[in-house]
Write a protein that binds this ligand. Structure first.
Ligand SMILES: *Cc1c(COP(=O)(O)O)cnc(C)c1O
Length: 397
């Protein structure tokens, strides 16, 4: 049984704050600071260039992929890490498109995170003019899957409302019409089990700085289903996805296996931080994390309905239909969130009117939830959000 009192002690919790924004940037694991310092001093600082061989830097992306695999329900040697999620969106999508050369449509929904749609649009612009990015409402995706669709590209958990797509059913329908799937797990990985293998997902991608707590700008990941790894190719044919990078051959020859989805030099310091963040998962089960997230989210929703009835729940009320965040719509959402942050309750705001609260059982407990609701209630009741300083927009909301 996972011990969440113990995991809480493994994080640096900012003094006097309730951190309900781990769905944006997870808190820092104590081990991450130590590990990064070790990598800087004992590896970079001592071995310098020799560390590529002697400290295992070159194998780190695949080793971390294998550490991540059980958390997202993937088999060994089907995941590798590197780059940023936006890059991985492009890489997975272009690979999947190339596997369906006669089809022209990428299907997605308008609840998807903008960068996913931007990257897909950029890819479409590079292709012939008959290619199309087709974007429908989330609830219309199932019916929009037809035999024109090459690739269904969806983010499993909606970043604004937390609404969860049915990965199994949509993947099945996609396969029935001959399409492939690219699942973005940005708000899934570390929040709930995904079972990529049993859901028959073709490609999956995600980031590690949200529910996996690997730090700002930490590496993204890509999963390719075992039966596709051999045939799929990476359009981002960087040298570290080459079979023999240090042969420096003029011709590109992809590496065997998931390694071909590597692109360039690994971000070693960020990889060190991810490695330390994954240590926490050695003793806990993702299913326990999910069960605990549901308990805490239900408590939050119930208490908010009592204490702050003027905020409207924007997330699905059925816990099995949402990820690990709770969102509300509120006309004065932006200044409210600024007032909350000033008061030590950290959430965030997503335009036009959503206040979001991430539920991260590794370091949150009932006391935090109750304290947050009480502080929200006081600010709403006293209208203390309505000050000029809270209305001024910051660059990151
Ligand atoms: C957070 C998030 C991203 C961010 O992409 P980066 O390249 O890491 O900035 C992309 N897609 C989704 C669905 C996200 O939630």
């Amino acid at each position: 049984m996972s011990n969440f009192d113990k995991t809480r002690e493994q994080f640096v919790i900012p003094e006097g704050q309730v951190y309900l924004v781990g769905n944006s940037l997870g808190l820092m694991p104590k081990g991450a600071a130590k590990r990064v310092l070790h990598t800087i001093e004992a590896e970079w600082g001592t071995m310098a260039v020799k560390a590529w061989n002697n400290a295992g830097w070159m194998d780190q992306p695949d080793k971390l992929g294998n550490r991540l695999a059980p958390i997202i329900g993937a088999a060994a040697d089907t995941v590798t890490t590197g780059d940023t999620l936006s890059i991985k969106v492009f890489q997975a999508l272009s690979s999947a498109m190339a596997l369906r050369p006669k089809r022209r449509v990428i299907l997605s929904d308008n609840g998807n995170f903008p960068t996913d749609l931007y990257m897909a649009g950029g890819l479409v612009n590079l292709l012939d003019s008959d290619y199309e990015l087709r974007v429908v409402n989330p609830e219309e995706v199932m019916d929009a899957l037809d035999e024109d669709v090459a690739v269904l590209m969806l983010t499993q958990v909606d970043y604004r409302t937390g609404r969860l797509h049915d990965m199994k059913a949509l993947t099945k329908r996609a396969h029935d019409v001959g399409a492939l799937t690219v699942w973005d797990l940005a708000h899934t990985a570390g929040a709930m089990a995904t079972d990529l293998a049993s859901n028959n997902a073709d490609f999956a991608i995600g980031c590690t700085y949200k529910f996996l707590n690997a730090g700002p700008g930490s590496p993204a990941f890509i999963y390719v289903a075992p039966h596709l790894i051999e045939t799929a190719s990476s359009a981002l044919s960087g040298w570290l996805g080459h079979a023999q990078p240090f042969a420096f051959e003029p011709a590109y020859q992809p590496a065997v296996g998931i390694r071909k989805f590597r692109v360039g030099t690994p971000s070693v310091l960020a990889m060190a931080s991810l490695d330390a963040a994954l240590d926490i998962w050695d003793d806990i089960d993702i299913n326990d994390v999910r069960a605990r997230s549901i308990e805490l989210s239900e408590l939050f929703i119930t208490e908010m309905a009592k204490g702050c009835p003027s905020l409207t729940l924007a997330s699905p009320s059925d816990p099995h239909k949402r990820g690990s965040q709770v969102s509300f719509t509120c006309d004065y959402g932006y200044p409210l969130m600024q007032a909350l942050i000033a008061d030590g309750v950290l959430g965030d705001f997503r335009a036009p009117d959503i206040v979001r609260f991430g539920i991260t059982p590794l370091y949150l407990n009932e006391g935090d939830i109750l304290q947050a609701v009480e502080q929200i209630r006081q600010i709403v009741d006293a209208k203390s959000w309505d000050k000029a300083e809270f209305h001024a927009r910051k660059a990151v909301t």
